[in-house]
Design a protein around this ligand. Structure first.
Ligand SMILES: NC(=O)c1ccc[n+]([C@@H]2O[C@H](COP(=O)([O-])OP(=O)(O)OC[C@H]3O[C@@H](n4cnc5c(N)ncnc54)[C@H](O)[C@@H]3O)[C@@H](O)[C@H]2O)c1
Length: 382
């Protein structure tokens, strides 16, 4: 038997909305026959696509045989719709989420939930007061590499964790001689772009979930490439930060340092990697892999630049086995959210959690402007 959940999906003409949320999550759930919840019952998402551009949204809807509209109010007025999902550009989100809360729909949306903390908190307050369920995409938690890293932490592998060093980034082409590989709004501050707002939201929940809540931030944000070419082939001023060098103190005393950059070339095994050093061992985790080195297997390097390195350092690490099957992280979180909606199962990644990410980004940008380290206060609903 199907427990149908009507989901209005706004933003499916965008990168994230189409690939990760519609195709790899909602449609993938339908392809697998729904989400089994026992007694032969399944949760069955029934999407309605919403978009500004009739041609674009209709083309996607036709390809997948789904209903569509350009009128959000009309879609939200349908009593068969239970959930509003939003993956619009960040600055457009609060208007539509407010509208959906007012219509009594449950909310699931992309991060950042808003460009500023006050708006992000207001959305959390409105949704809570309206009594609707709410969730924010925190997909990195469900990456295989980070799931294995969390397993090592939970199993006590590291002893006392000292530090975390994260390296995220890749080259985003300027657009002059090769096409851009990210939408241009990401490089305009006036369109709520910038790598701090984008990535510090992720680092907040990754650090909090695996190691401890960030309690202070010191960041240096930079705009290394000041001019880029947009989707129309026009040069524009890149007013937003394209690299951020951040240091975070975590509750419990761990120090985390994370570089985020769209202006670096990859000499790593994965687009993001975290090295964790503890008294009993260390590990390096990426999107998929996690490798560990125990204290007992740690070599004793000697500094001698006069000789070629005598160690093949990478070969001295041990692969942490999967020991499980890992699904797409976005889909996993969709399944948890839909179960939360239908069965009221526990859920922690709500709009207040989303606001914590926006808070860290806002403080990171302020820290950079003011050239000082800032405390990150615990957040409460206003
Ligand atoms: N979870 C993640 O890993 C992750 C990764 C990338 C982006 N994101 C977030 O997802 C959101 C979308 O990012 P994207 O990369 O898909 O961007 P995108 O530019 O590809 O898509 C943006 C969507 O918003 C719509 N849109 C743009 N301007 C609008 C306006 N003025 N009014 C109404 N709709 C408008 C577009 O039509 C499109 O559907 C952003 O908030 C971004 O921060 C999350």
């Amino acid at each position: 038997m199907k427990e149908t959940v009507g989901v209005v999906m706004n933003g499916v003409t965008g990168r994230m909305g189409l690939r990760q949320h519609l195709v790899r999550s909602v449609l993938a759930i339908r392809e697998q026959g729904g989400i089994p919840i026992g007694d032969g019952r399944v949760i069955w998402p029934e999407p309605v696509l919403v978009g500004r551009n009739e041609h674009k949204v209709k083309a996607i809807a036709d390809e997948y045989g789904l209903p569509w509209t350009t009128d959000l109010s009309e879609a939200l007025a349908d009593p068969a719709v239970d959930v509003y999902f939003d993956s619009l550009v960040t600055g457009e989100r609060d208007k539509t989420v407010r509208q959906a809360i007012a219509a009594g729909k449950h909310i699931y949306c992309e991060k950042p939930t808003a460009p500023d903390l006050a708006t992000a908190l207001e959305l959390a307050r409105l949704a809570t007061e309206a009594g609707v369920k709410h969730g924010v995409v925190q997909d990195k938690i469900f990456l295989p590499g980070l799931l294995k890293l969390k397993r090592l932490v939970d199993g006590g592998f590291f002893g006392r964790i000292l530090s975390v060093r994260g390296e995220f980034g890749y080259w985003v082409f300027e657009g002059d001689w090769q096409p851009i590989n990210r939408p241009s709004w990401n490089y305009r501050a006036e369109d709520d772009g910038g790598i701090v707002l984008d990535m510090f939201c992720h680092w907040q929940y990754v650090l909090d979930h695996i190691f401890g809540r960030p309690t202070s931030v010191q960041a240096l944000a930079a705009t290394h490439i000041p001019r880029r070419v947009d989707e129309q082939g026009e040069w524009y001023d890149a007013t937003a930060d394209d690299a951020a060098y951040g240091i975070f103190e975590l509750a419990g005393g761990i120090v985390a340092q994370i570089n985020s950059s769209w202006t670096t070339r990859v000499f790593r095994d994965e687009l993001v990697e975290f090295q964790v050093d503890g008294t009993e061992g260390s590990a390096v985790a990426g999107l998929r892999r996690c490798r560990a080195q125990h204290r007992s297997a740690t070599p004793m390097p000697v500094w001698n630049p006069d000789m070629p390195a005598p160690h093949d350092f990478r070969s001295q690490w041990q692969e942490v086995p999967d020991n499980a099957e890992f699904d797409n992280g976005f889909k996993t979180q969709w399944e948890l959210f839909l179960k939360h909606v239908v069965l009221d199962t526990p859920w922690q990644w709500d709009l207040l959690a989303g606001a914590r990410g926006v808070q860290l980004a806002e403080l990171g940008l302020r820290s950079s402007r003011e050239g000082r380290r800032l405390a990150v206060p615990e957040l409460e609903l206003p």
